[in-house]
Design a protein. Structure first.
Length: 148
C-alpha cells in the first residue's frame, strides 16, 4: 500500500507538468498568430491616419477653391458659405494641437490666411468683386503653404 501512495504523487506531478507544457504551447501558438495581425493593424492604423490627414487638407483646399470660383462667377452667397466653411475647417484643424494635419510651419502660414477672414467674408456679403481676387490669392497662398 505504501508503494501505491508513492506512485500517486508521481502521476499527479507528471499530469501537472504535462498540463503546464500544453498551456505553454497553446500560448506560443496564440502569440504566433496574434503578433503578425497586431503588426498589420498598427501599419493599417498609420495608413488610415495619413489618409485622414490628406482628406482634411483636401477638404479645406476644395472649400477655398469653390469659394474663389463662385466669387468669380458672381455667386457671392455660395462663395461666402464656402469661404466660411474653409475658415471653420482651418481653425478647427489648427485647434487640434499635436493631432493636427498641419505642421507648425503650415500653421504659421495659415495664421496669415485666417487674418483675412473677416475682410473676405465682409466683401462677399456685400457682393464686392474684389473678394474674388482675395480668394484667388488665398487659394494660391494655401497651396504654397501646404506644399512647403
Amino acid at each position: 500500500m505504501s508503494e501505491n501512495m508513492q506512485i500517486e504523487p508521481i502521476k499527479t506531478t507528471h499530469r501537472i507538468r504535462g498540463f503546464v507544457i500544453y498551456v505553454a504551447l497553446l500560448l506560443v501558438a496564440f502569440l504566433l498568430g496574434f503578433v503578425p495581425v497586431w503588426l498589420k493593424s498598427r501599419e493599417s492604423l498609420g495608413s488610415l491616419s495619413e489618409a485622414e490627414r490628406q482628406s482634411s487638407l483636401a477638404k479645406m483646399q476644395n472649400s477655398l477653391g469653390c469659394a474663389a470660383i463662385n466669387a468669380r462667377r458672381g455667386d457671392y452667397e455660395t462663395a461666402r458659405q464656402a469661404a466660411s466653411d474653409f475658415f471653420t475647417f482651418l481653425r478647427a484643424e489648427m485647434s487640434k494641437g499635436v493631432d493636427s494635419a498641419l505642421s507648425q510651419a503650415q500653421e504659421d502660414g495659415a495664421q496669415l490666411l485666417l487674418a483675412q477672414r473677416d475682410q473676405i467674408i465682409t466683401l462677399l456679403a456685400r457682393g464686392d468683386a474684389a473678394s474674388a481676387d482675395l480668394l484667388s490669392d488665398g487659394y494660391v497662398a494655401y497651396c504654397k503653404i501646404m506644399s512647403g
